[in-house]
Design a protein around this ligand. Structure first.
Ligand code: C2E
Ligand code: CA
Ligand code: CA
Ligand code: CA
Length: 275
């Protein structure tokens, strides 16, 4: 039994070591990948709940690693955040999202995700305004999505960065709303124009009546602050009808489209234009 215990300890420590090694390798790979342009954005359609017409896309980062294959953002974003690479990676995302928005007509907007580590970079408003200038688009053609996690650090600094972004005309959405510790106290600061209801609430709303109650109160809360509401993770016609009937403005999810390549997204936009 004693030997077995030692074996377990040894097993765990070598397991930890290899996890550590893997992280270090991943970090090196991210640096190289930015330089060799292994990242690209995928664009998931958002439609109006009322008309079911395309209103925009959410840009989602994709990494096709030459050896590992597809590495999901949930795996490499946390590593990039920890090793200080969110700056360059985030700039890439801002640039590509603006480039896409510039090729599409109004009212198509492009939403992009900003990690909490990016929000505390005082250079972010500059990065965004330079990209808007580079592609000659007004701020209202893009939207930044932040999570409640941005309120974990220095909140005055966060609110300052967010209001400087708002001053550029950029929309700011509070993403994954309802999953974190509540940031209801920040809703009256007038920095957010939209709440995004997390897909977990949406998908379980059919089987859990308490989720319907939560969504109802999120919609009410949003309306009282004149914010829009998007439901993500809408996979079925029932999900769609339920969200529409609850007063959600915008719908995102596999029912209306998976994240698409720029070319496929572009086909959706031009198909819309030719109708
Ligand atoms: P998120 O911002 O909440 O993005 C929504 C995620 O839900 C995406 O996963 C999307 O592909 C997925 N999704 C969309 N519709 C459905 C649906 O109907 N059903 C289901 N089951 N899933 C759906 P993805 O692309 O793997 O991204 C995961 C997370 O990684 C994102 O969550 C976001 O937090 C982060 N992320 C993605 N791209 C970026 C980026 O460019 N920058 C930063 N900072 N974070 C990013
Ligand atoms: Ca998002
Ligand atoms: Ca989300
Ligand atoms: Ca999420």
């Amino acid at each position: 039994a004693k030997d077995a215990g030692r074996g377990v300890a040894r097993y765990f420590s070598s397991e930890l070591q290899s996890e550590q090694d893997d992280r270090v390798r991943l970090e090196g790979d991210i640096r190289a990948a930015i330089d060799s342009r292994q990242f690209h954005l995928a664009f998931q359609p958002l439609v109006s709940a009322k008309t079911q017409k395309l209103v925009g896309f959410e840009a989602l980062i994709r990494w096709n690693h030459p050896k590992r294959g597809f590495v999901p953002p949930n795996v490499f974003i946390p590593v990039a955040e920890e090793c200080g690479l969110m700056g360059p990676l985030g700039e890439f995302v801002v640039d590509e999202a603006c480039r896409a928005a510039a090729q599409w007509p109004e009212p198509i907007t492009v939403a992009l995700n900003i990690s909490p580590k990016q929000i505390i970079l005082p250079s972010l408003p500059n990065t965004v305004s330079q990209a808007l200038g580079r592609y000659k688009i007004p701020g209202n053609r893009i939207e930044l999505e932040v999570t409640e996690g941005v309120f974990l650090g220095d909140n005055n600094q966060t609110l300052d960065v967010l209001s400087r972004l708002r001053a550029l005309g950029v929309g700011i959405a509070l993403d994954d709303f309802g999953t974190g510790y509540s940031s209801i106290g920040y809703l009256n600061k007038a920095v957010f124009h939209k709440l995004k209801i997390d897909g977990s609430f949406v998908r379980e709303a059919g089987t859990r009546p308490e989720n319907v109650a939560i969504i109802q109160s999120i919609v009410q809360l949003a309306k009282s602050f004149r914010m829009n509401v998007t439901a993500e993770g809408v996979e079925t016609a029932e999900d769609f009808e339920r969200m529409r009937d609850l007063g959600v403005d915008t719908i995102q999810g596999y029912l209306f489209g998976r994240p698409l390549s720029f070319d496929r997204a572009n086909q959706m936009v031009t198909g819309l234009a030719s109708k």
